[in-house]
Ligand binder design. Structure first.
Ligand code: TXE
Length: 492
């Protein structure tokens, strides 16, 4: 489906509507910086309408049989699969994801997430607790109410499903703010949801500016929880704003993933997996393996192969099936990434590959070459700050203790990986890594059943799996006097 034929309005109370202000914002194709569509730009008045609609829809939606809610999500998963090629094209056009990745990863993972939580809806249950004689005690897992969800621009389609699916399965209603940079695939999901039979008001979409609409969602007294994916700095602002009504907060923030290669690793797999870890989606992933930590004995052999592989990656139009790396998602972000190349040089780092925006026909777009930088120390800014681009720093170590010092030597704690043939070392490292996720002899695996989230400055709360259902419910404890004789407390 061409971008021109999808809806570009806000989605409130089951209808596509213009923004109250009439304002729009151009969605840009990062391949050549041309506008794709003018998308309605929500303001505070639109958020108020969306929150009111969601609160109206909540009683019926939360009391609907869980299996019926699940059936709607299962239908949505089927519709996504039926629409797969159009969705993949739309995602690639709006974000710059290579079409081969949108087809093989983004769209199937989005459908899989809705399907998983569709099946989960009637399997997530409370408990009975063995309390004192004469009493029955049981718990209810109750939805929170209206949840605000703020989705970033790096995986808009997939993250829409990661946030929505568990929230809906648990019986919540949603006010979602897709990124102002990449709203198109989320709006298409809204259309498909209607087709799947989602009642009006259960999901509302208000693409708008983070500083205005995102901030307002985080503050809003009609919203019970805010789930945010984005930078650590903005995450802090969300927490502060949430204090207004003490809303529950879930944060999936930045990362600086260590990817450790030991001397006993199977190098061909480690080289390929490490390239995937950083260059997939142009490095715009919070879990990217952006710090390559190499044992000094294999560092040179590894780097020879790794640099050659990086330099052979095919950059190009995301819609070309041969393209392996597309542009970054915005010009602003490309400039941010390139500024880190200058910083690396200023701080005595050595650029081993890439480091430039390519010329020729790609010069019009937001492209950056796969970039490999040897840092002087793990304390250098380029080895500490999230660059969020095709930019990997290289550090070497002598022994396991030094590998761990480097790996845990940032404030972040999200994704991490290690490559080794030694079973004991693998599990010891997995135990000691300060991270929400560890991949052993692999990197960047995700599955709707497996908890996803971080520790430290990478945030708190988990997406996916049963943990996500816990995040979107609160637990109520119910006490029933079955046959207890309670002596009067006050004897009169
Ligand atoms: O992030 P912001 P930006 C990191 C990555 C990147 C950096 C900056 O390092 O280089 O952040 O990107 C909304 N209240 N990640 O400037 O500002 C905004 O509309 C509420 C990591 O895009 O955090 C967008 O939808 N919301 C990452 C989202 O927050 C606000 C994904 C992200 O924007 C807001 C993206 C506010 N005050 C960036 N201000 C990941 N964890 O995957 C902005 N937003």
């Amino acid at each position: 489906m061409p971008a021109a034929s999808i809806r570009h309005q806000l989605f409130i109370d089951g209808r596509f509507v213009d923004a109250e202000s009439g304002e729009t914002l151009a969605s840009i194709n990062p391949h050549d910086n041309t506008p794709i569509a003018a998308v309605a730009l929500a303001g505070k008045a639109d958020v108020d309408k969306a929150v009111a609609a969601a609160n109206r829809a909540f009683p019926a939606w939360s009391r609907m049989a869980a299996a019926d809610r699940g059936r709607i999500l299962l239908r949505l998963a089927d519709l996504i699969e039926a629409d797969a090629e159009a969705l993949a094209q739309l995602e690639s056009l709006d974000t710059g994801h290579p079409i081969r990745d949108s087809r093989a990863l983004d769209v199937p993972r989005t459908a899989a997430c809705f399907r998983y939580f569709g099946g989960m809806a009637d399997k997530f249950q409370g408990e009975t607790i063995p309390v004192e004689a004469g009493f029955l005690n049981y718990t209810l897992r109750e939805p929170l109410g209206v949840v605000g969800q703020i989705v970033p621009w790096n995986f808009p389609l997939m993250f829409t499903s990661w946030k929505m699916a568990p929230a809906l399965a648990a019986g919540n209603c949603i006010v979602m703010k897709p990124s102002e940079i990449t709203p198109l695939s989320s709006l298409r999901i809204a259309e498909l949801m209607q087709e799947a039979g989602l009642p009006d008001g259960v999901v509302n979409m208000v693409p708008g500016l983070g500083s205005e609409v995102g901030q307002y969602i985080a503050e809003h007294p009609g919203i019970a929880k805010v789930a945010f994916t984005g930078s650590t700095a903005t995450g802090r602002r969300v927490v502060q704003a949430s204090a207004a009504n003490l809303k529950k907060v879930q944060l999936e923030l930045g990362g600086k993933g260590p990817n450790i290669v030991f001397e006993d690793a199977f190098l061909p797999a480690a080289v390929n997996g490490s390239a995937w870890a950083i260059f997939h989606n142009q490095g715009q992933a919070c879990i990217a393996g952006s710090r390559l930590v190499l044992h000094e004995k294999i560092a040179d052999a590894f780097l020879d192969k790794f640099i050659a592989l990086a330099q052979s990656i095919r950059l190009g139009n995301p819609l070309d099936p041969e393209t392996e790396m597309g542009p970054l998602t915005s010009a602003l972000h490309r400039d941010r990434v390139l500024a880190y190349v200058d910083l690396a040089r200023e701080q005595g780092g050595e650029v081993l590959a890439g480091g430039r925006a390519p010329g020729g026909e790609l010069a019009r777009g937001c492209y950056v070459e796969p970039t490999i930088v040897r840092a002087r120390s793990y304390r250098d800014r380029v080895a500490q700050e999230e660059v969020f681009g095709p930019f990997v720093t290289v550090l070497t170590f002598k022994d396991d203790a030094e590998a761990m010092e480097i790996a845990n030597g940032t404030d972040y704690g999200l994704g991490s990986g290690l490559w080794t043939g030694n079973l004991q070392r693998a599990h010891r490292m997995a135990r000691d890594l300060h991270a929400g996720m560890v991949w052993i002899n692999s990197y960047k695996r995700v599955n709707p059943g497996s908890p996803f989230g971080g520790v430290g400055q990478s945030g708190y709360g988990r997406e996916m799996g049963f943990d996500a259902m816990r995040e979107y419910t609160h637990v109520k404890s119910v006490w029933v006097n079955v046959d207890a004789q309670i002596p009067p407390h006050f004897k009169r």
